[in-house]
Design a protein around this ligand. Structure first.
Ligand SMILES: Nc1ncnc2c1ncn2[C@@H]1O[C@H](COP(=O)(O)OP(=O)(O)O)[C@@H](O)[C@H]1O
Ligand SMILES: [Mg+2]
Length: 583
C-alpha cells in the first residue's frame, strides 16, 4: 500500500472523518448482530407459548428500533466515508491538474490528451473506490466475519458453524474471480464506447468534408461496425453478469442446505432450540455480504494501487523547464533580443531544427522572418519563449541569458500570436482579456480589437464582445480568429510582440491597415514578424531568410532583392500571384 503515501497529508487531515465513519459502520454491524437474538427470543417464547401480545409488541418495537439505528448509521457512515472519498477525489484531481500545468509543452507532445484525460477520470475513480467503498468492505469483511462467527458458535455449537461455513470461502473466491472478469469486460465496453463517441465526434466536426466527398454511406457503415462492436462488448459483459448472481445464490444456498439438514436434526434431537436455529440461519444471511466484500476488496485495492502508481508517476514528473537557482530578480523586460549561434534539436527528433542561428534585434526594431514551411521559424519563437530549452549557443534578452530571467517575467512581457490561433470556448471579450486575472475595462478590449482590425466584425455579431465562441457559440473565419488572437496579445501591451504567420488568412488591404496600426502602438517595442507573404515583412528593419534551420540570407527588403536568392524568388512569385488575382 506504499502507493498511497502521496495522500498522507490528506489522511492526516481527514483522519477523524474516517474514524467517525468506521465507528458508525461498526455500530451498524453490531446492531445487525442483535436482530437474530431478538428473533431467537421471540421464536423460543412462541414455541413455549409464553408470548403475550404486549410482549410481542415490545419485540416488534425492538426490531423497529434496530432498523432506525441501522438506517441512521448507514446514513452517517456514507457521509463520513464515501463523502470523504469524494473529497479525496476532488483533492487528487486538483493536485494532478495543478501539477500538469507546471509541466513543459514537450510533456504534452509526448502524451496523448486522451490518456491524460483517462488518468484524471478512470484512475482517480479507482483510487476513490479503493479508499471509500474499499474501506467499508475491509471493515465489514474483517469485523462482520469474526463477529458473526463468534455469535454463531455462541448461539449454537462449533460443529454446525464450521459445517455451514464450508461453502463460504468459495463465495469469496468466486466473487474475486468474477470481479476480475467483469472488470476486464467492462473495460472493453468502455473502450468500445469511447471509440464510438470519438468516431461520431470526428464525423460531426468533419461533416462538411464527409458531405462534399459524398462519404455518408461509408461513414454510416463505419459507424454501424463500431456500434456493433460496442453491442457485442455489452453482450459479453451481460453474460458474465448474468452468471454472477446465480453463482452467488447457489453457493450461499449450499450453506443453507447444510444448516437446514444438520441444524434441523439438532433441533429435532433437542440439542439446540428452534430459536437458536432461526437465529443461526439469520446470522448466515449476515455472512454473505462480508464474504462477497472479501472477494471484491482485493481487486478494488489492487486496481486502486495500480491507478495510484500511474498518478504518482505523473506527479513525480519534473518540469523540464523551470527557474534555476541562479535566477536574476528581474520583473521588467526592455526587449532587446539576441541569438548567438543557437542550434537546436527537438527532443523527439535527431535532426537539427535550427543550426547556428545568430541575430540581434535592438529594442524598438522589427525582425522579419521568412522561409518555407518547416524551415524553423516557429522554433525560433519556441526557444525565445523557453517552451523548449536550447542545446547549443545562447539566447540573450536585455543582455541577460534568457534562462536566468524568471519564466514569469519573460513570458509576461512577450505578446505572442501563435500560428494555430487557439481560442477558448468562451466570450470574445474573455478571449481577448485572457492574460488578465481581473476584469478588464471594455475600452481596452475594444482598442486592442481596433488595432487588430477585428472590431467591426465583432460589432456585427448579435452579442458583440459577449458573443460565445466554440462548440456552443459562433465559428469565426480563419482571418477573424487570427485577428482576435492578435488582439489577445496586443492588449498585454508587451515590450516584445511576436506574430507567427498571423496575417496569412487576412487579405492584403487589411494586413496593411493592421501593420500601420501596429506601427503607431508598437513604436518602442521589439517585434518579430514571421510570414509567408513578403508584403508582411518588407518594412522590417532586418529580414532573415531561413532554410532547413539555417539563415541563408539576411538584410533589408531592398538589400535582399538585390541578392538573387530565395527571398527574391518568393517575392517575384508572389507579385505574379497578386497580378493574376487582380486581373
Ligand atoms: N514539437 C516538435 N517536435 C519535433 N519536431 C518538431 C516539433 N515542432 C517542429 N518540429 C520540426 O522542426 C522543424 C521546424 O519546424 P517549425 O519551426 O515549426 O517550422 P516553420 O515554423 O518554419 O514552419 C520541422 O522539421 C518540424 O517538423
Ligand atoms: Mg511555423
Amino acid at each position: 500500500m506504499g502507493s498511497f503515501k502521496t495522500l498522507k497529508d490528506f489522511f492526516i487531515k481527514h483522519k477523524w472523518y474516517y474514524i467517525i465513519g468506521i465507528v458508525w459502520l461498526l455500530i451498524v454491524d453490531i446492531v445487525q448482530l442483535i436482530v437474530p437474538q431478538i428473533l431467537k427470543t421471540v421464536t423460543d417464547l412462541l414455541e413455549q407459548e409464553l408470548l403475550t401480545t404486549s410482549e410481542l409488541l415490545k419485540y416488534a418495537g425492538y426490531i423497529i428500533l434496530t432498523g432506525l439505528v441501522i438506517g441512521l448509521g448507514r446514513y452517517f457512515w456514507r457521509i463520513y466515508i464515501q463523502g470523504t472519498s469524494r473529497k479525496l477525489e476532488y483533492y487528487i484531481r486538483n493536485k494532478l491538474f495543478q501539477h500538469l500545468q507546471t509541466l513543459s509543452t514537450n510533456y504534452f507532445n509526448r502524451h496523448k490528451t486522451g490518456d491524460l484525460m483517462a488518468h484524471g477520470t478512470e484512475d482517480i475513480n479507482r483510487i476513490r473506490t479503493a479508499l471509500g467503498p474499499g474501506i467499508v468492505m475491509i471493515t465489514d469483511a474483517i469485523f462482520m466475519t469474526v463477529a458473526v462467527l463468534f455469535m454463531m458458535i455462541k448461539t449454537t455449537n462449533f460443529k454446525l458453524a464450521i459445517l455451514a461455513l464450508i461453502p463460504l470461502p468459495f463465495l469469496a473466491i468466486t466473487v474475486g474471480k468474477f470481479g476480475k472478469i467483469i472488470f476486464k469486460r467492462s473495460k472493453l465496453v468502455q473502450e468500445s464506447f469511447s471509440d464510438l463517441s470519438d468516431k461520431v465526434q470526428e464525423n460531426f466536426s468533419g461533416i462538411r468534408v464527409v458531405k462534399s466527398f459524398v462519404q455518408e454511406k461509408q461513414e454510416i457503415e463505419k459507424f454501424t461496425e463500431s456500434n456493433q462492436r460496442n453491442f457485442s462488448a455489452n453482450m459479453h459483459l451481460i453474460k458474465i453478469h448474468g452468471l454472477f448472481d446465480p453463482m452467488v445464490n447457489f453457493i450461499s444456498a449450499l450453506s443453507y442446505l447444510i444448516v437446514i439438514w444438520y441444524g434441523g436434526t439438532l433441533v429435532i434431537r433437542g440439542t439446540i432450540s428452534l430459536g437458536d436455529f432461526v437465529a443461526f440461519t439469520s446470522y448466515l444471511g449476515l455472512l454473505v455480504w462480508p464474504m462477497m466484500a472479501l472477494g471484491f476488496v482485493i481487486n478494488i485495492l489492487q486496481r486502486g494501487a495500480a491507478s495510484m502508481d500511474r498518478i504518482n508517476t505523473i506527479l513525480g514528473e519534473n518540469p523540464e523547464i523551470y527557474d534555476h537557482e541562479n535566477i536574476i530578480d528581474k520583473t521588467n523586460i526592455q526587449g532587446e533580443i539576441e541569438f548567438n549561434n543557437v542550434s537546436f534539436k527537438y527532443p523527439s527528433s535527431n535532426e537539427y531544427a535550427l543550426k547556428d542561428v545568430s541575430f540581434k534585434i535592438p529594442k524598438g526594431s522589427t525582425l522579419g522572418i521568412v522561409g518555407r514551411t518547416g524551415s524553423g521559424k516557429t522554433t525560433i519563437v519556441n526557444l525565445l519563449l523557453r517552451l523548449f530549452e536550447i542545446d547549443e549557443g545562447e539566447i540573450l534578452v536585455d543582455d541577460i541569458q534568457s534562462s536566468k530571467i524568471p519564466l514569469k517575467t519573460l513570458r509576461e512581457h512577450i505578446g505572442y500570436v501563435s500560428q494555430d490561433n487557439f481560442l477558448f470556448s468562451n466570450s470574445i471579450k474573455s478571449n481577448i482579456a485572457f492574460a488578465f486575472e481581473t476584469e478588464v475595462e471594455d475600452s481596452r478590449v475594444h482598442e486592442a480589437a481596433k488595432i487588430s482590425e477585428v472590431y467591426d466584425n465583432i460589432m456585427e455579431f448579435p452579442e458583440q464582445f459577449e458573443t460565445e465562441l466554440g462548440e456552443r457559440g459562433v465559428t469565426l473565419s480563419g482571418g477573424q480568429r487570427q485577428r482576435t488572437a492578435m488582439a489577445r496579445a496586443i492588449i498585454k501591451n508587451p515590450n516584445i510582440l511576436i506574430l507567427d504567420d498571423s496575417l496569412s488568412a487576412v487579405d492584403t488591404q487589411t494586413e496593411e491597415r493592421i501593420l500601420s496600426n501596429l506601427k503607431n502602438v508598437m513604436e518602442d517595442r521589439t517585434n518579430i514578424i514571421i510570414a509567408h507573404r513578403i508584403s508582411t515583412v518588407k518594412n522590417s528593419d532586418e529580414i532573415i531568410v531561413l532554410d532547413e534551420g539555417k539563415i541563408i540570407e539576411r538584410g533589408t527588403h531592398e538589400e535582399l532583392l538585390k541578392v538573387n536568392g530565395l527571398y527574391r524568388d518568393i517575392y517575384e512569385k508572389q507579385l505574379l500571384e497578386e497580378k493574376l488575382k487582380n486581373e
